[in-house]
Design a protein around this ligand. Structure first.
Ligand code: N01
Length: 504
């Protein structure tokens, strides 16, 4: 088996892994290797190719601050354009030269004697070992599809497609289609399927709050101005950013302040649906913001179509021919689309990353849920930096902003530990505990805690371990500099030192 030595192994070539590679290179730290199981850059934006896939954060904010794009074609970007953008940024910075695609990470183990990570991969199917001083885990929370655990689903005789693993060859035209789920993915794919399906059943377990989506194409004059008027793009980014932070204040500290948002959502229902019964069925019973607030203009009109039925009776089982609900009604279909989200708090990747004493992330997080210090370092996992780690997710603005905050922290960690001759960096247990106590304390009055809903923000024990509470600029300030005092550090022992120490 071949072994490669690098200073830094970056797992994942999505927004976070790519950003890490660019920022490290710009800081002169270019002994790294990016590893990704796919064929190109993009992560979740490469994998989610279902019809209608788009971003619900405006284009100008949903991009790297250091790679702004004056050519966005619309105020909200769709998946193909974001995917192209990410790959164009990677090309511009020539990150592909230091990236292995079609490379599946099957294990990452910390070696305390050598103060190195051993990353085992299968590259085009062949086993390779990579030894790295630091591992950057840019694996992303929205990467492992969550397949619903419904009785009989494995015995379905038709086709089953998860939104994040779309079958682009399947022709939905004229077919009888069932969609399970009414989250962010479902509300984008259902209007597209509604246009072509013979009949479409939408299985709703919980109705979401949905505000109108003020998406429009940019005029050529606007794109000209984005390119040529100095500061214009920054001004737009800043305006969107500030408006979104106001929502964060309501979500975290004063859920009642979100009542006007609820009124807008109710107006959206009223405009989109004529039937009073259907209006009632799609009106949520929890506080707005508790689950992600969705954006759509065509969800409600689609449910109002004659070839579309909203089914609110719980699913009892899936048979060989279709879906049966608790009231005994059987609806036969050709294809089931599962828009049931991702393994966020229980990602399979947590099983294969093992720190001190061979304990996996899944093991150390099994009793009290996911925890890290500043979303980045985990006690027991020295020299590993997570991007979009625990308590960094957002319900109101661009994740790219959070990623860039973490990149500042990563680069400062690499620079400071190298300059100080440090070889092993492990966050102190007390620092991590104090940090997480504070996060949980901030969450106590938030809409996610008090809003009366179940959501993927919570783990199996109902603890919110994926969300950052409060303003994102607080997180930016927290991660501006690597605070070495929060860490146990050990000097570097290079292999040449070892050789001379042993007289070899
Ligand atoms: O997944 P979800 P998603 N039986 O977990 C239902 C991002 N995203 O892929 O609400 C029946 O939100 C479940 O029902 P309930 C964004 O961060 C962003 O849609 O739990 N139903 C729910 O309706 C988003 O939040 C964009 O009662 C079952 C749905 O499936 C995140 O990805 C676009 C079920 C799952 O919704 C995930 O969104 C798309 C079962 N057994 C996604 N199991 C942007 O625009 C689950 N459900 C940026």
């Amino acid at each position: 088996m071949t072994t490669h030595d690098v200073e830094i192994a970056i797992i994942g070539a999505g927004f976070s892994g790519l950003g890490a590679a660019i920022k490290l290179a710009q800081a002169g730290e270019d002994d790294y290797l990016v590893l990704d199981r796919g064929n190109d850059f993009g992560g979740t934006w490469r994998d989610n190719v279902y019809p209608g896939a788009a971003c619900d954060v405006p284009s100008h904010l949903y991009s790297f601050s250091f790679a702004q794009n004056p050519d966005w074609s619309r105020s909200y970007s769709h998946q193909p354009e974001i995917h192209r953008y990410i790959n164009a940024v990677a090309d511009e910075h020539r990150i592909g030269e230091r990236t292995w695609f079609r490379t599946d990470v099957v294990g990452a183990d910390w070696d305390d004697d050598e103060a190195r990570w051993t990353v085992r991969v299968e590259r085009d199917g062949a086993p390779v070992t990579i030894r790295a001083r630091t591992v950057v885990a840019g694996i992303g929370p929205l990467c492992e599809p969550n397949l619903p655990d419904i009785k009989g689903i494995d015995g379905f005789g038709g086709t089953i497609v998860h939104t994040a693993r779309w079958d682009t060859d399947y022709d939905f035209a004229g077919k009888r289609v069932a969609v399970i789920g009414t989250g962010a993915s479902a509300i984008q794919v259902v209007p597209q399927l509604g246009k072509v399906a013979g009949h479409l059943d939408v299985y709703q377990r919980t109705a979401p709050w949905i505000i109108p989506r003020n998406e429009r194409p940019y005029l050529a004059a606007e794109n000209w101005a984005f390119k040529n008027v100095p500061g214009l793009q920054n001004l737009i980014r800043g305006t969107i950013y500030t408006a979104n932070e106001a929502v964060a204040a309501g979500m975290t500290f004063a859920p009642k302040a979100l009542k006007p948002v609820e009124a807008i959502c109710r107006g959206n229902i009223f405009r989109g649906i004529r039937d009073p019964q259907l209006r009632k069925a799609v009106t949520p019973t929890f506080a707005v913001g508790c689950k992600r607030i969705l954006k759509s203009n065509d969800w409600y009109p689609t449910l109002d179509r004659t070839n579309v039925d909203l089914v609110t009776d719980p699913i009892a089982e899936v048979t060989e021919t279709g879906v049966v609900t608790a009231d005994g009604t059987a609806r036969d279909v050709d294809v089931i689309v599962v828009a049931t989200g991702f393994h966020v708090t229980d990602s399979p990747a947590f099983e294969v990353i093992r720190g001190v004493g061979g304990k996996s992330l899944a093991q150390v997080w099994s009793s009290d849920g996911m925890q890290a210090y500043k979303g980045s370092f985990v006690h027991g996992f020295p020299n590993m930096v997570m991007l979009v780690g625990p308590s960094t997710g957002l319900g109101h603005t661009s994740m790219v902003y959070m990623i860039e905050s973490q990149l500042n922290y990563l680069v400062d960690y690499v620079r400071k530990t190298r300059d100080a001759g440090i070889g092993r960096t492990e966050v102190k247990r007390e620092a991590q505990d104090r940090y997480n106590d504070k996060v949980q304390h901030t969450l106590r009055n938030s809409v996610w805690e008090t809003g009366g809903c179940a959501s993927w923000y919570k783990d199996v024990n109902g603890k919110i371990t994926s969300l950052w509470p409060g303003f994102t600029f607080t997180f930016r300030n927290n991660t501006r500099e690597f605070d070495m005092a929060a860490y146990d550090v050990t000097p570097r022992v290079e292999s040449t030192d070892l050789a001379s120490a042993t007289g070899a």
